[in-house]
Design a protein around this ligand. Structure first.
Ligand SMILES: Cc1ncc(COP(=O)(O)O)c(C=O)c1O
Length: 389
């Protein structure tokens, strides 16, 4: 067999998909497994979006589209971003991508040369590290601290800045911590990035899943940020449209064009009828989204209460997303060991914090995106298992 390219040795895998495969194998053997590992909403997309999808297929929206996406969707995204961030963004600034993942991939690909450094507050969504290394970049991790509710400390970021720093990847609300970045911290990051001409890749895919009446703080609403920022968001989380594979990047026009050019080479364009349905997701009623977010908040509260009852566990209450990130250091076990034993001995699939980088040691990630009964049963199994130790 021909030898793989060198770069394949630096491409990572995603913990959630590995645990899911292990869990499915146990299920095949007849074991009962509660799934708290994957970050996928347990809901269907809103009804009017499903209707729009069917209508789009029947209406022949089954063709190639421009690489940056159909105009109507770019216009809808531009309006949404302009209104929510108080900035002037037009369709020329928007690229509709094959999932937010493609936007992250293309942004890093477009800017990071071999040897360039990328600062990543961690624990973090694994794609940032994996793609940075894949394109030859060097990851400079900054540890997100529990005592700061996982908002980054700009002094820690400053310490990592060198002449080779090319980009900072931020993610608020954040997977896996459930934390949201404080506005003061975002302002300092923008000021640093503008001064040193560093790209900010701001992954805001959980922007609508925020609790306790709090409002999403976007880096793009800070003056000057538009010069250096690629905003990444999408349809998978807010509208539960994971399988539509639709995300977007918003950036200065020349950056947007480069991202579209990468997508053109990799995938030509996102799916046509999915894009038509996404216009409906943005422009149509938002009551189903509001209902889902309320549901997530209820599940968050249940998990938080349950965590208090487990010996050796403690947790900062997640401010957004559908992830709980309990500290399990009090159990004396490593994240990996506890996650493995919970899967094999208690039938609960969840992720070790280390699936999100070394700074995730001492934590577990529990997804509460699924049905309420799974969360209740899963938490019961975890509590009973830990107390039996
Ligand atoms: C932080 C973060 N960014 C991006 C993505 C990818 O989303 P998409 O389905 O749009 O590719 C995810 C999915 O889990 C995520 O958690």
């Amino acid at each position: 067999m021909p030898k793989f390219a060198e770069r394949m040795s630096s491409l990572g895998v995603e913990g959630a998909f590995i645990v899911l495969a292990k869990a499915r194998e146990l299920e095949r053997q007849g074991k009962s497994i509660i799934h708290l590992e994957i970050g996928e909403p347990g809901y269907q997309p809103p009804k009017h979006v499903l209707e729009a999808t069917k209508k789009a297929i029947d209406g022949g929206k089954t063709k190639y589209t421009p690489a940056s996406g159909i105009y109507e969707l770019r216009e809808a995204i531009a309006e949404r971003v302009s209104n929510s961030r108080g900035v002037e963004v037009g369709p020329e600034n928007v690229v509709v991508t094959v999932g937010a993942k493609m936007a992250i991939f293309a942004a890093l690909m477009a800017f990071v040369d071999p040897g360039d450094e990328v600062i990543i507050p961690m624990p973090a969504y694994p794609s940032y590290e994996s793609v940075t290394k894949f394109v030859g970049g060097i990851v400079k991790p900054v540890v997100l601290k529990e005592e700061r509710k996982f908002s980054p400390d700009v002094n820690d970021i400053l310490e990592k800045v060198t002449d080779r720093t090319k980009a900072i990847v931020i993610n608020t609300p954040s997977n896996p911590t459930g934390g949201i970045y404080r506005r003061e911290d975002l302002e300092e990051i923008v000021s640093l990035a503008v001064k040193r001409d560093i790209l900010i890749i701001s992954d805001e895919i959980y922007e609508d899943i925020i609790f306790d009446g709090k409002k999403h703080e976007s880096v793009l609403s800070i003056a000057g940020a538009e010069e250096v920022t690629v905003l990444v968001s999408g349809f998978s989380k807010t509208w539960a449209m994971t399988g539509y594979r639709l995300g977007y990047a918003v950036a200065k026009e020349d950056i947007a064009q480069k991202i579209a050019q990468i997508q053109l080479n990799a995938a030509s364009c996102p799916v046509h009828f999915a894009q038509v349905a996404a216009v409906e997701a943005i422009r149509g009623p938002q009551d189903e989204v509001e209902r889902m977010v309320k549901d997530y908040e209820k599940k968050r509260d249940i998990i938080y209460e349950e965590i208090q009852k487990i010996e050796g566990f403690s947790m900062v209450k997640p401010a957004g997303t559908f992830y709980a990130f309990p500290n399990i250091k009090g159990t004396g076990m490593s994240s990996e060991e506890l996650a493995d034993r919970l899967l094999n001995e208690a039938g609960v699939a969840l992720l070790p914090g280390t699936a999100f980088g070394e700074p995730g040691e001492g934590f577990l990630r529990i997804s509460f995106a699924g049905p309420m009964e799974d969360i209740v049963e899963g938490m019961k199994r975890i509590r009973e298992f830990v107390s039996s130790l």
